[in-house]
Design a protein. Sequence first.
Lengths: 384, 246
Amino acid sequence: MRFGPLLTANLFRKKTRFVLTIGSFAVALFLFGFLAAVRGAFSQGVEVAGADRLVVINRTAIIQPLPLSYRDRILRIPGVKEVTHDNWFGGVYQDERNFFPQFVIDVEHQRKVYPELAVPEDQWQAFVKDRQGAVVGAATAKRFGWKVGDRIPIRGVIYPGAWEFNLDGIYHGTRKQDDESQLWFQWDYLEEKRPAFTKGLAGWYTVKIDSPDNALRIAKAIDNEFDNSSYETHTDTESNFAAGWVKQFGNIQFLILTIGSVVFFTLLLVTGNTMAIAVRERTGELAVLKAVGYSDRFVLAFVMTESLVIALIGGLLGLGLAKAFELLLTVVKTPINTVLPFFYIPTTALLTGVATALAIGIVSGFLPAVGAMRLRVVDALRRV
Amino acid sequence: MVRVDGQSNSPSLIQVRDLDKKYQRGSEEIHVLQGLNLDVAKGEFVAFMGPSGSGKTTLLNLLGGLDVPSKGTVTVDGDEITHMSRSKLTEWRARHVGFVFQMYNLIPVLTAFQNVELPLLLTKLSKSERRQHVETALHVVGLSDRMHHYPRQLSGGQEQRVTIARAIVSDPTFLLCDEPTGDLDRKSADEIMELILQLVRQHGKTVLMVTHDPVVAQRADTTLYLEKGALVGTGAPEAFSYGGAR
Protein backbone atom coordinates (compact mmCIF):
# COMPACT_ATOMS: atom_id res chain seq x y z
CA MET A 1 0.00 0.00 0.00
CA ARG A 2 2.45 2.64 -1.22
CA PHE A 3 -0.05 5.50 -0.88
CA GLY A 4 -1.07 4.41 2.63
CA PRO A 5 1.08 6.97 4.51
CA LEU A 6 -0.24 9.77 2.29
CA LEU A 7 -3.84 8.72 2.95
CA THR A 8 -3.32 8.19 6.67
CA ALA A 9 -1.49 11.48 7.10
CA ASN A 10 -4.34 13.34 5.42
CA LEU A 11 -7.02 11.57 7.42
CA PHE A 12 -5.39 12.53 10.72
CA ARG A 13 -4.45 16.02 9.57
CA LYS A 14 -7.19 17.61 11.69
CA LYS A 15 -7.71 15.13 14.46
CA THR A 16 -10.68 16.89 16.03
CA ARG A 17 -12.49 17.12 12.71
CA PHE A 18 -11.65 13.50 11.95
CA VAL A 19 -12.98 12.31 15.29
CA LEU A 20 -16.13 14.42 14.98
CA THR A 21 -16.86 13.19 11.46
CA ILE A 22 -16.26 9.59 12.47
CA GLY A 23 -18.45 10.30 15.50
CA SER A 24 -21.28 11.58 13.27
CA PHE A 25 -21.17 8.34 11.31
CA ALA A 26 -20.93 6.27 14.46
CA VAL A 27 -23.93 7.94 16.09
CA ALA A 28 -26.02 7.63 12.92
CA LEU A 29 -25.09 3.98 12.39
CA PHE A 30 -25.63 3.18 16.06
CA LEU A 31 -29.11 4.62 15.71
CA PHE A 32 -29.60 2.64 12.51
CA GLY A 33 -28.60 -0.59 14.28
CA PHE A 34 -30.80 0.23 17.25
CA LEU A 35 -33.82 0.99 15.05
CA ALA A 36 -33.21 -2.17 13.02
CA ALA A 37 -33.28 -4.15 16.26
CA VAL A 38 -36.48 -2.38 17.35
CA ARG A 39 -38.07 -3.09 13.99
CA GLY A 40 -36.92 -6.71 14.19
CA ALA A 41 -38.28 -7.04 17.70
CA PHE A 42 -41.69 -5.73 16.64
CA SER A 43 -41.86 -7.88 13.55
CA GLN A 44 -40.47 -10.98 15.25
CA GLY A 45 -43.83 -12.70 14.98
CA VAL A 46 -43.92 -12.10 11.24
CA GLU A 47 -40.44 -13.54 10.82
CA VAL A 48 -41.06 -16.70 12.81
CA ALA A 49 -44.46 -17.34 11.24
CA GLY A 50 -44.72 -20.60 9.35
CA ALA A 51 -45.96 -20.27 5.80
CA ASP A 52 -48.00 -23.45 6.31
CA ARG A 53 -49.79 -22.31 9.46
CA LEU A 54 -53.11 -20.53 9.90
CA VAL A 55 -54.41 -18.87 13.02
CA VAL A 56 -58.11 -19.05 13.86
CA ILE A 57 -59.47 -16.47 16.28
CA ASN A 58 -62.88 -15.27 17.35
CA ARG A 59 -64.22 -12.90 14.68
CA THR A 60 -65.15 -10.33 17.36
CA ALA A 61 -61.67 -10.04 18.90
CA ILE A 62 -58.78 -12.22 19.90
CA ILE A 63 -59.68 -11.82 23.54
CA GLN A 64 -62.99 -13.58 22.85
CA PRO A 65 -62.67 -17.39 23.10
CA LEU A 66 -63.57 -20.26 20.78
CA PRO A 67 -65.09 -23.60 21.83
CA LEU A 68 -62.72 -26.56 22.12
CA SER A 69 -65.25 -28.52 20.10
CA TYR A 70 -64.19 -26.65 16.97
CA ARG A 71 -61.00 -28.69 16.80
CA ASP A 72 -62.62 -31.78 15.24
CA ARG A 73 -64.64 -29.71 12.77
CA ILE A 74 -61.51 -27.85 11.64
CA LEU A 75 -59.62 -31.12 11.24
CA ARG A 76 -62.28 -32.37 8.82
CA ILE A 77 -61.67 -29.55 6.35
CA PRO A 78 -59.64 -30.77 3.34
CA GLY A 79 -56.02 -29.64 3.46
CA VAL A 80 -55.85 -29.38 7.26
CA LYS A 81 -53.12 -31.65 8.62
CA GLU A 82 -53.00 -30.80 12.30
CA VAL A 83 -54.70 -28.49 14.79
CA THR A 84 -53.61 -27.27 18.20
CA HIS A 85 -55.18 -24.77 20.56
CA ASP A 86 -53.62 -22.29 22.94
CA ASN A 87 -54.62 -19.79 25.53
CA TRP A 88 -52.94 -16.67 26.83
CA PHE A 89 -52.22 -16.92 30.54
CA GLY A 90 -50.83 -13.51 31.40
CA GLY A 91 -49.28 -14.19 34.83
CA VAL A 92 -46.60 -12.26 36.70
CA TYR A 93 -43.33 -13.75 37.87
CA GLN A 94 -42.18 -11.87 41.00
CA ASP A 95 -42.53 -8.43 39.41
CA GLU A 96 -44.48 -7.02 36.49
CA ARG A 97 -41.23 -5.89 34.86
CA ASN A 98 -40.27 -9.56 34.45
CA PHE A 99 -42.67 -9.97 31.57
CA PHE A 100 -42.51 -13.04 29.35
CA PRO A 101 -45.34 -14.70 27.40
CA GLN A 102 -47.05 -17.66 29.01
CA PHE A 103 -49.25 -20.02 27.03
CA VAL A 104 -51.52 -22.83 28.02
CA ILE A 105 -50.92 -25.46 25.36
CA ASP A 106 -52.48 -28.55 23.88
CA VAL A 107 -49.73 -30.97 24.91
CA GLU A 108 -50.77 -33.69 22.47
CA HIS A 109 -50.49 -31.58 19.33
CA GLN A 110 -48.19 -28.69 20.14
CA ARG A 111 -44.98 -30.22 18.78
CA LYS A 112 -46.63 -31.34 15.56
CA VAL A 113 -47.65 -27.77 14.75
CA TYR A 114 -44.49 -26.04 16.02
CA PRO A 115 -41.71 -28.52 15.15
CA GLU A 116 -39.13 -25.72 15.06
CA LEU A 117 -39.30 -25.33 18.85
CA ALA A 118 -37.33 -28.35 20.03
CA VAL A 119 -37.51 -29.94 23.48
CA PRO A 120 -35.26 -32.89 24.43
CA GLU A 121 -37.40 -36.03 24.34
CA ASP A 122 -36.81 -37.05 27.97
CA GLN A 123 -37.74 -33.55 29.17
CA TRP A 124 -40.85 -33.54 27.03
CA GLN A 125 -41.96 -36.92 28.38
CA ALA A 126 -41.46 -35.68 31.93
CA PHE A 127 -43.56 -32.62 31.08
CA VAL A 128 -46.36 -34.73 29.56
CA LYS A 129 -46.61 -36.78 32.73
CA ASP A 130 -46.52 -33.78 35.08
CA ARG A 131 -49.83 -31.92 35.30
CA GLN A 132 -48.10 -28.94 36.92
CA GLY A 133 -45.18 -29.17 34.56
CA ALA A 134 -43.87 -26.33 32.43
CA VAL A 135 -41.48 -25.89 29.54
CA VAL A 136 -39.70 -22.57 29.00
CA GLY A 137 -37.65 -21.15 26.19
CA ALA A 138 -33.89 -21.04 26.60
CA ALA A 139 -33.82 -17.22 26.65
CA THR A 140 -36.22 -16.96 29.58
CA ALA A 141 -34.47 -19.78 31.44
CA LYS A 142 -31.17 -17.92 31.02
CA ARG A 143 -32.74 -14.60 31.96
CA PHE A 144 -33.95 -15.88 35.33
CA GLY A 145 -31.28 -18.54 35.88
CA TRP A 146 -33.80 -21.36 35.84
CA LYS A 147 -32.79 -25.01 35.62
CA VAL A 148 -34.84 -28.12 34.99
CA GLY A 149 -36.31 -29.18 38.34
CA ASP A 150 -36.87 -25.63 39.60
CA ARG A 151 -40.23 -24.61 41.00
CA ILE A 152 -41.66 -21.48 39.39
CA PRO A 153 -44.35 -19.48 41.17
CA ILE A 154 -46.50 -17.24 39.01
CA ARG A 155 -49.26 -14.91 40.12
CA GLY A 156 -52.29 -15.20 37.88
CA VAL A 157 -53.80 -11.98 36.59
CA ILE A 158 -56.42 -13.14 34.06
CA TYR A 159 -56.81 -16.31 36.13
CA PRO A 160 -56.20 -14.99 39.65
CA GLY A 161 -54.41 -16.95 42.29
CA ALA A 162 -51.03 -18.47 42.98
CA TRP A 163 -49.90 -20.89 40.31
CA GLU A 164 -46.87 -23.09 40.71
CA PHE A 165 -45.06 -24.94 38.01
CA ASN A 166 -42.34 -27.56 37.90
CA LEU A 167 -39.80 -26.76 35.23
CA ASP A 168 -39.59 -30.04 33.29
CA GLY A 169 -37.97 -28.86 30.08
CA ILE A 170 -36.26 -26.11 28.18
CA TYR A 171 -36.92 -25.61 24.49
CA HIS A 172 -34.61 -24.13 21.88
CA GLY A 173 -35.53 -22.59 18.57
CA THR A 174 -33.95 -24.31 15.61
CA ARG A 175 -33.70 -20.97 13.73
CA LYS A 176 -32.04 -17.76 14.91
CA GLN A 177 -35.29 -15.82 14.77
CA ASP A 178 -37.29 -18.32 16.84
CA ASP A 179 -38.92 -17.03 20.00
CA GLU A 180 -37.22 -18.58 23.03
CA SER A 181 -39.02 -16.55 25.66
CA GLN A 182 -42.29 -18.45 26.13
CA LEU A 183 -43.47 -20.57 29.00
CA TRP A 184 -45.86 -23.41 28.24
CA PHE A 185 -47.96 -25.38 30.67
CA GLN A 186 -50.64 -28.04 30.48
CA TRP A 187 -54.20 -27.41 29.44
CA ASP A 188 -55.50 -29.75 32.16
CA TYR A 189 -53.92 -27.62 34.88
CA LEU A 190 -55.73 -24.52 33.58
CA GLU A 191 -59.00 -26.40 33.20
CA GLU A 192 -58.77 -27.59 36.76
CA LYS A 193 -58.24 -24.20 38.30
CA ARG A 194 -60.15 -21.77 36.13
CA PRO A 195 -63.78 -20.67 36.71
CA ALA A 196 -66.47 -23.01 35.47
CA PHE A 197 -67.92 -20.57 32.96
CA THR A 198 -64.60 -20.39 31.06
CA LYS A 199 -64.01 -24.13 30.87
CA GLY A 200 -64.10 -25.75 27.44
CA LEU A 201 -62.95 -22.62 25.68
CA ALA A 202 -59.66 -21.92 23.90
CA GLY A 203 -58.02 -18.64 23.05
CA TRP A 204 -57.23 -19.54 19.45
CA TYR A 205 -56.39 -22.40 17.16
CA THR A 206 -53.29 -22.86 15.13
CA VAL A 207 -53.77 -24.98 12.04
CA LYS A 208 -51.07 -26.73 10.06
CA ILE A 209 -52.04 -27.10 6.41
CA ASP A 210 -50.76 -29.23 3.56
CA SER A 211 -49.44 -26.38 1.40
CA PRO A 212 -49.09 -22.60 1.69
CA ASP A 213 -50.73 -22.41 -1.75
CA ASN A 214 -53.99 -23.62 -0.21
CA ALA A 215 -53.94 -21.14 2.67
CA LEU A 216 -56.60 -18.83 1.26
CA ARG A 217 -59.00 -21.63 0.35
CA ILE A 218 -58.63 -23.38 3.71
CA ALA A 219 -58.99 -20.14 5.68
CA LYS A 220 -62.19 -19.40 3.83
CA ALA A 221 -63.49 -22.93 4.40
CA ILE A 222 -62.83 -22.69 8.15
CA ASP A 223 -64.65 -19.36 8.45
CA ASN A 224 -67.57 -20.69 6.35
CA GLU A 225 -67.79 -23.69 8.64
CA PHE A 226 -68.57 -21.44 11.62
CA ASP A 227 -70.64 -18.77 9.91
CA ASN A 228 -73.81 -17.79 11.77
CA SER A 229 -72.66 -19.64 14.91
CA SER A 230 -72.32 -18.10 18.37
CA TYR A 231 -68.56 -18.09 17.89
CA GLU A 232 -67.81 -16.97 14.35
CA THR A 233 -64.18 -17.21 13.36
CA HIS A 234 -61.62 -15.14 11.54
CA THR A 235 -58.84 -17.19 9.96
CA ASP A 236 -55.64 -15.80 8.52
CA THR A 237 -52.11 -16.89 7.81
CA GLU A 238 -49.84 -16.81 10.82
CA SER A 239 -47.69 -14.08 9.24
CA ASN A 240 -50.70 -11.83 8.53
CA PHE A 241 -51.88 -12.41 12.05
CA ALA A 242 -48.49 -11.39 13.44
CA ALA A 243 -48.29 -8.39 11.11
CA GLY A 244 -51.74 -7.25 12.25
CA TRP A 245 -50.57 -7.56 15.82
CA VAL A 246 -47.57 -5.30 15.12
CA LYS A 247 -49.80 -2.71 13.44
CA GLN A 248 -51.62 -2.22 16.69
CA PHE A 249 -48.52 -0.40 17.93
CA GLY A 250 -48.66 2.02 15.01
CA ASN A 251 -46.75 2.07 11.73
CA ILE A 252 -43.38 1.12 13.18
CA GLN A 253 -41.84 0.61 9.75
CA PHE A 254 -42.81 4.13 8.61
CA LEU A 255 -41.63 5.66 11.86
CA ILE A 256 -38.25 3.98 11.64
CA LEU A 257 -37.89 4.82 7.95
CA THR A 258 -38.66 8.49 8.64
CA ILE A 259 -36.21 8.78 11.54
CA GLY A 260 -33.55 6.89 9.58
CA SER A 261 -33.97 9.08 6.49
CA VAL A 262 -33.67 12.31 8.47
CA VAL A 263 -30.58 11.07 10.29
CA PHE A 264 -28.85 9.90 7.12
CA PHE A 265 -29.73 13.02 5.16
CA THR A 266 -28.27 15.17 7.95
CA LEU A 267 -25.19 12.95 8.00
CA LEU A 268 -24.84 13.40 4.25
CA LEU A 269 -24.85 17.18 4.62
CA VAL A 270 -22.39 17.12 7.52
CA THR A 271 -19.96 14.79 5.77
CA GLY A 272 -20.30 16.54 2.43
CA ASN A 273 -19.48 19.85 4.08
CA THR A 274 -16.51 18.34 5.92
CA MET A 275 -15.08 16.84 2.75
CA ALA A 276 -15.60 20.09 0.85
CA ILE A 277 -13.69 22.02 3.54
CA ALA A 278 -10.98 19.34 3.66
CA VAL A 279 -10.45 19.61 -0.09
CA ARG A 280 -10.63 23.41 -0.19
CA GLU A 281 -7.95 23.88 2.46
CA ARG A 282 -5.67 21.48 0.59
CA THR A 283 -6.04 23.10 -2.81
CA GLY A 284 -2.34 24.00 -2.98
CA GLU A 285 -1.22 20.54 -1.97
CA LEU A 286 -3.46 18.85 -4.49
CA ALA A 287 -2.06 21.21 -7.12
CA VAL A 288 1.48 20.17 -6.16
CA LEU A 289 0.52 16.51 -6.41
CA LYS A 290 -0.77 17.16 -9.90
CA ALA A 291 2.31 19.20 -10.80
CA VAL A 292 4.65 16.36 -9.86
CA GLY A 293 2.70 13.88 -11.95
CA TYR A 294 -0.35 12.66 -10.08
CA SER A 295 -3.22 12.30 -12.53
CA ASP A 296 -6.67 13.86 -12.23
CA ARG A 297 -8.11 10.40 -11.76
CA PHE A 298 -5.69 9.67 -8.94
CA VAL A 299 -6.75 12.85 -7.15
CA LEU A 300 -10.42 11.89 -7.62
CA ALA A 301 -9.80 8.41 -6.24
CA PHE A 302 -7.69 9.82 -3.42
CA VAL A 303 -10.44 12.13 -2.14
CA MET A 304 -13.09 9.46 -2.63
CA THR A 305 -11.01 6.92 -0.72
CA GLU A 306 -10.60 9.37 2.13
CA SER A 307 -14.36 9.86 2.27
CA LEU A 308 -14.98 6.11 2.10
CA VAL A 309 -12.45 5.32 4.82
CA ILE A 310 -14.11 7.84 7.14
CA ALA A 311 -17.52 6.36 6.33
CA LEU A 312 -16.30 2.82 6.86
CA ILE A 313 -14.55 3.48 10.16
CA GLY A 314 -17.50 5.52 11.48
CA GLY A 315 -20.02 3.02 10.18
CA LEU A 316 -18.26 0.00 11.66
CA LEU A 317 -17.78 1.81 14.94
CA GLY A 318 -21.48 2.74 15.15
CA LEU A 319 -22.69 -0.72 14.21
CA GLY A 320 -20.14 -2.26 16.58
CA LEU A 321 -21.48 -0.12 19.40
CA ALA A 322 -25.04 -1.10 18.51
CA LYS A 323 -24.02 -4.78 18.54
CA ALA A 324 -22.25 -4.28 21.87
CA PHE A 325 -25.42 -2.66 23.20
CA GLU A 326 -27.42 -5.66 22.02
CA LEU A 327 -25.02 -8.01 23.80
CA LEU A 328 -25.14 -5.85 26.90
CA LEU A 329 -28.90 -6.31 27.04
CA THR A 330 -28.40 -10.06 27.31
CA VAL A 331 -26.54 -9.62 30.60
CA VAL A 332 -28.05 -6.44 32.05
CA LYS A 333 -31.77 -6.19 32.75
CA THR A 334 -33.36 -3.03 31.35
CA PRO A 335 -36.92 -2.02 30.42
CA ILE A 336 -35.99 -2.87 26.82
CA ASN A 337 -35.77 -6.56 27.76
CA THR A 338 -39.32 -6.40 28.99
CA VAL A 339 -40.88 -4.48 26.14
CA LEU A 340 -38.81 -6.03 23.37
CA PRO A 341 -37.59 -9.47 24.39
CA PHE A 342 -36.18 -10.12 20.88
CA PHE A 343 -33.86 -7.20 20.65
CA TYR A 344 -31.13 -8.22 18.23
CA ILE A 345 -29.66 -6.71 15.09
CA PRO A 346 -30.12 -9.04 12.13
CA THR A 347 -27.05 -9.72 9.98
CA THR A 348 -28.85 -8.26 6.99
CA ALA A 349 -29.30 -5.00 8.90
CA LEU A 350 -25.58 -4.92 9.75
CA LEU A 351 -24.69 -5.42 6.08
CA THR A 352 -27.25 -2.81 5.03
CA GLY A 353 -25.73 -0.43 7.59
CA VAL A 354 -22.24 -0.88 6.17
CA ALA A 355 -23.56 -0.45 2.63
CA THR A 356 -25.47 2.70 3.63
CA ALA A 357 -22.41 4.18 5.32
CA LEU A 358 -20.33 3.51 2.21
CA ALA A 359 -23.05 4.99 -0.01
CA ILE A 360 -23.04 8.17 2.09
CA GLY A 361 -19.25 8.18 1.89
CA ILE A 362 -19.45 7.99 -1.90
CA VAL A 363 -22.15 10.64 -2.27
CA SER A 364 -20.60 13.09 0.21
CA GLY A 365 -17.13 12.69 -1.26
CA PHE A 366 -18.20 12.84 -4.88
CA LEU A 367 -18.59 16.59 -5.45
CA PRO A 368 -15.42 17.60 -3.56
CA ALA A 369 -13.55 14.82 -5.36
CA VAL A 370 -14.75 15.99 -8.76
CA GLY A 371 -13.78 19.55 -7.80
CA ALA A 372 -10.31 18.29 -6.86
CA MET A 373 -10.07 16.34 -10.09
CA ARG A 374 -10.96 19.39 -12.19
CA LEU A 375 -8.60 21.65 -10.30
CA ARG A 376 -6.14 23.36 -12.64
CA VAL A 377 -2.65 23.45 -11.21
CA VAL A 378 -2.01 26.98 -12.45
CA ASP A 379 -5.19 28.36 -10.88
CA ALA A 380 -4.64 26.50 -7.63
CA LEU A 381 -1.03 27.65 -7.24
CA ARG A 382 -2.07 31.23 -7.95
CA ARG A 383 -4.53 31.02 -5.05
CA VAL A 384 -1.92 29.79 -2.58
CA MET B 1 23.69 28.70 -25.87
CA VAL B 2 20.36 30.44 -25.27
CA ARG B 3 18.80 32.04 -28.32
CA VAL B 4 15.64 34.09 -28.49
CA ASP B 5 15.38 34.68 -32.22
CA GLY B 6 13.92 31.32 -33.16
CA GLN B 7 16.74 30.78 -35.68
CA SER B 8 18.77 28.12 -33.86
CA ASN B 9 19.93 25.33 -36.13
CA SER B 10 21.59 23.18 -33.48
CA PRO B 11 19.32 20.80 -31.55
CA SER B 12 18.30 22.40 -28.27
CA LEU B 13 16.74 20.74 -25.22
CA ILE B 14 13.90 23.22 -25.01
CA GLN B 15 12.56 24.87 -28.11
CA VAL B 16 9.80 27.48 -27.97
CA ARG B 17 8.27 28.87 -31.18
CA ASP B 18 5.79 31.77 -31.60
CA LEU B 19 4.35 31.21 -28.14
CA ASP B 20 1.21 33.19 -27.40
CA LYS B 21 -0.90 33.11 -24.29
CA LYS B 22 -4.13 35.07 -23.88
CA TYR B 23 -6.56 35.14 -20.98
CA GLN B 24 -10.13 36.27 -21.08
CA ARG B 25 -11.15 38.33 -18.08
CA GLY B 26 -14.78 39.23 -18.60
CA SER B 27 -14.97 41.02 -21.90
CA GLU B 28 -11.31 42.00 -21.71
CA GLU B 29 -8.65 39.92 -23.46
CA ILE B 30 -5.27 39.91 -21.74
CA HIS B 31 -2.29 39.08 -23.90
CA VAL B 32 0.25 37.65 -21.47
CA LEU B 33 2.83 36.26 -23.91
CA GLN B 34 3.28 37.38 -27.50
CA GLY B 35 5.17 35.49 -30.19
CA LEU B 36 7.89 34.29 -27.89
CA ASN B 37 10.85 32.24 -29.25
CA LEU B 38 13.43 30.52 -27.11
CA ASP B 39 16.10 27.84 -27.41
CA VAL B 40 17.78 26.41 -24.31
CA ALA B 41 20.56 23.85 -24.53
CA LYS B 42 21.06 20.99 -22.12
CA GLY B 43 22.90 21.94 -18.94
CA GLU B 44 22.14 25.66 -19.19
CA PHE B 45 20.99 27.81 -16.31
CA VAL B 46 18.60 30.52 -17.48
CA ALA B 47 17.04 33.19 -15.33
CA PHE B 48 13.92 35.17 -16.31
CA MET B 49 13.44 38.63 -14.94
CA GLY B 50 10.87 41.27 -15.51
CA PRO B 51 8.22 43.32 -13.75
CA SER B 52 5.11 41.76 -12.23
CA GLY B 53 2.65 40.77 -14.93
CA SER B 54 5.35 40.50 -17.59
CA GLY B 55 4.56 36.82 -18.18
CA LYS B 56 7.49 35.13 -16.41
CA THR B 57 5.46 32.66 -14.38
CA THR B 58 3.09 32.05 -17.29
CA LEU B 59 6.10 31.14 -19.45
CA LEU B 60 7.36 28.79 -16.76
CA ASN B 61 3.93 27.17 -16.50
CA LEU B 62 3.82 26.64 -20.27
CA LEU B 63 7.34 25.17 -20.30
CA GLY B 64 6.38 22.83 -17.47
CA GLY B 65 3.20 21.64 -19.11
CA LEU B 66 1.05 23.10 -16.35
CA ASP B 67 -0.79 25.30 -18.83
CA VAL B 68 -1.46 25.24 -22.57
CA PRO B 69 -0.62 28.09 -24.95
CA SER B 70 -3.14 29.95 -27.09
CA LYS B 71 -0.75 29.59 -30.00
CA GLY B 72 2.75 28.32 -30.75
CA THR B 73 4.69 25.25 -29.67
CA VAL B 74 6.92 24.04 -26.87
CA THR B 75 9.20 21.11 -27.66
CA VAL B 76 11.28 19.43 -24.96
CA ASP B 77 13.88 16.83 -25.84
CA GLY B 78 12.02 16.11 -29.06
CA ASP B 79 8.53 15.87 -27.47
CA GLU B 80 6.09 18.54 -28.56
CA ILE B 81 4.08 19.04 -25.41
CA THR B 82 1.64 21.70 -26.54
CA HIS B 83 -0.74 19.24 -28.14
CA MET B 84 -0.59 16.56 -25.52
CA SER B 85 -3.77 15.56 -23.69
CA ARG B 86 -4.08 16.43 -20.01
CA SER B 87 -3.28 12.89 -18.92
CA LYS B 88 -0.31 12.58 -21.28
CA LEU B 89 0.96 15.90 -20.06
CA THR B 90 0.71 14.71 -16.47
CA GLU B 91 2.77 11.62 -17.29
CA TRP B 92 5.26 13.76 -19.17
CA ARG B 93 5.65 16.14 -16.23
CA ALA B 94 6.32 13.22 -13.89
CA ARG B 95 9.19 12.06 -16.10
CA HIS B 96 10.73 15.32 -17.29
CA VAL B 97 10.06 18.26 -14.97
CA GLY B 98 11.11 19.11 -11.46
CA PHE B 99 9.26 22.03 -9.86
CA VAL B 100 10.58 24.37 -7.18
CA PHE B 101 8.02 26.89 -5.93
CA GLN B 102 8.51 30.11 -4.03
CA MET B 103 6.23 29.00 -1.17
CA TYR B 104 7.86 25.52 -1.04
CA ASN B 105 4.44 23.84 -1.24
CA LEU B 106 5.41 20.90 0.91
CA ILE B 107 2.69 18.72 2.35
CA PRO B 108 2.72 19.65 6.04
CA VAL B 109 1.52 16.28 7.33
CA LEU B 110 4.33 14.38 5.62
CA THR B 111 7.96 14.25 6.75
CA ALA B 112 10.77 15.57 4.56
CA PHE B 113 11.44 11.98 3.47
CA GLN B 114 7.78 11.38 2.56
CA ASN B 115 7.53 14.69 0.70
CA VAL B 116 10.57 13.85 -1.40
CA GLU B 117 9.26 10.34 -1.99
CA LEU B 118 5.97 11.63 -3.49
CA PRO B 119 7.05 11.65 -7.18
CA LEU B 120 8.60 8.19 -6.80
CA LEU B 121 5.34 6.64 -5.60
CA LEU B 122 4.15 6.89 -9.18
CA THR B 123 7.07 4.83 -10.46
CA LYS B 124 7.63 1.08 -10.36
CA LEU B 125 10.55 1.40 -7.96
CA SER B 126 10.52 -0.90 -4.96
CA LYS B 127 10.37 0.47 -1.43
CA SER B 128 14.11 0.00 -0.88
CA GLU B 129 14.92 1.60 -4.25
CA ARG B 130 12.72 4.55 -3.39
CA ARG B 131 14.41 4.87 -0.03
CA GLN B 132 17.81 4.89 -1.72
CA HIS B 133 16.75 7.59 -4.20
CA VAL B 134 15.20 9.76 -1.50
CA GLU B 135 18.24 9.47 0.76
CA THR B 136 20.51 10.41 -2.14
CA ALA B 137 18.39 13.45 -3.01
CA LEU B 138 18.28 14.60 0.61
CA HIS B 139 22.04 14.06 0.84
CA VAL B 140 22.58 16.24 -2.24
CA VAL B 141 20.63 19.09 -0.64
CA GLY B 142 22.39 18.55 2.70
CA LEU B 143 19.42 17.38 4.71
CA SER B 144 20.33 13.79 5.49
CA ASP B 145 19.94 14.53 9.17
CA ARG B 146 16.50 16.11 8.79
CA MET B 147 14.71 13.52 6.72
CA HIS B 148 12.20 12.58 9.39
CA HIS B 149 11.37 16.15 10.31
CA TYR B 150 8.05 17.69 9.35
CA PRO B 151 8.06 20.96 7.38
CA ARG B 152 7.01 22.92 10.47
CA GLN B 153 10.19 21.70 12.18
CA LEU B 154 12.39 23.11 9.40
CA SER B 155 13.56 26.62 8.57
CA GLY B 156 12.48 28.32 5.32
CA GLY B 157 15.81 27.51 3.70
CA GLN B 158 15.58 23.88 4.76
CA GLU B 159 12.02 23.64 3.45
CA GLN B 160 13.20 24.95 0.10
CA ARG B 161 15.99 22.37 0.12
CA VAL B 162 13.37 19.66 0.61
CA THR B 163 11.45 21.10 -2.34
CA ILE B 164 14.59 20.92 -4.44
CA ALA B 165 15.20 17.34 -3.30
CA ARG B 166 11.62 16.51 -4.34
CA ALA B 167 12.27 18.16 -7.70
CA ILE B 168 15.45 16.20 -8.44
CA VAL B 169 14.60 12.83 -6.88
CA SER B 170 13.14 11.42 -10.09
CA ASP B 171 16.09 12.76 -12.13
CA PRO B 172 13.98 15.00 -14.41
CA THR B 173 15.15 16.46 -17.71
CA PHE B 174 15.02 20.00 -16.37
CA LEU B 175 14.09 22.05 -13.33
CA LEU B 176 11.66 24.96 -13.22
CA CYS B 177 12.17 27.26 -10.27
CA ASP B 178 9.59 29.97 -9.63
CA GLU B 179 11.21 32.56 -7.35
CA PRO B 180 13.00 29.88 -5.31
CA THR B 181 14.59 32.49 -3.04
CA GLY B 182 11.67 34.91 -2.94
CA ASP B 183 10.66 33.97 0.57
CA LEU B 184 14.15 33.62 2.04
CA ASP B 185 16.66 35.89 3.76
CA ARG B 186 19.87 36.69 1.92
CA LYS B 187 21.97 34.00 3.60
CA SER B 188 19.44 31.26 2.93
CA ALA B 189 18.94 32.58 -0.61
CA ASP B 190 22.69 32.32 -1.23
CA GLU B 191 22.73 28.76 0.05
CA ILE B 192 19.84 27.80 -2.21
CA MET B 193 21.55 29.40 -5.18
CA GLU B 194 24.76 27.50 -4.37
CA LEU B 195 22.72 24.34 -4.38
CA ILE B 196 21.09 25.13 -7.72
CA LEU B 197 24.46 25.96 -9.21
CA GLN B 198 25.83 22.68 -7.88
CA LEU B 199 22.98 20.86 -9.66
CA VAL B 200 23.86 22.64 -12.90
CA ARG B 201 27.66 22.40 -12.70
CA GLN B 202 28.12 19.02 -11.04
CA HIS B 203 25.02 17.13 -12.10
CA GLY B 204 24.47 18.72 -15.51
CA LYS B 205 20.90 19.79 -14.80
CA THR B 206 19.12 22.31 -16.98
CA VAL B 207 17.48 24.99 -14.84
CA LEU B 208 15.03 27.72 -15.80
CA MET B 209 14.35 30.15 -13.00
CA VAL B 210 12.08 33.14 -12.49
CA THR B 211 13.36 35.76 -10.08
CA HIS B 212 12.96 39.40 -9.15
CA ASP B 213 16.36 39.49 -7.46
CA PRO B 214 19.25 40.71 -9.69
CA VAL B 215 21.78 39.19 -7.26
CA VAL B 216 20.18 35.81 -7.71
CA ALA B 217 19.85 36.26 -11.46
CA GLN B 218 23.57 37.03 -11.68
CA ARG B 219 24.35 33.43 -10.79
CA ALA B 220 22.62 32.17 -13.94
CA ASP B 221 24.44 31.61 -17.24
CA THR B 222 21.94 33.81 -19.03
CA THR B 223 19.29 36.23 -17.91
CA LEU B 224 16.30 36.93 -20.14
CA TYR B 225 14.12 39.97 -19.61
CA LEU B 226 10.42 39.93 -20.25
CA GLU B 227 8.17 42.90 -20.53
CA LYS B 228 4.50 42.90 -21.52
CA GLY B 229 4.75 39.32 -22.67
CA ALA B 230 7.77 39.69 -24.91
CA LEU B 231 11.45 38.96 -24.47
CA VAL B 232 13.08 42.35 -24.59
CA GLY B 233 16.67 41.50 -23.91
CA THR B 234 19.37 39.14 -22.72
CA GLY B 235 22.55 39.57 -20.84
CA ALA B 236 23.84 40.39 -17.41
CA PRO B 237 21.23 41.75 -14.99
CA GLU B 238 23.13 44.93 -14.17
CA ALA B 239 22.86 45.89 -17.82
CA PHE B 240 19.14 45.98 -17.57
CA SER B 241 16.36 47.69 -15.72
CA TYR B 242 12.63 46.98 -15.79
CA GLY B 243 11.34 49.23 -18.48
CA GLY B 244 13.70 48.13 -21.23
CA ALA B 245 17.35 47.99 -22.18
CA ARG B 246 19.57 50.81 -21.21
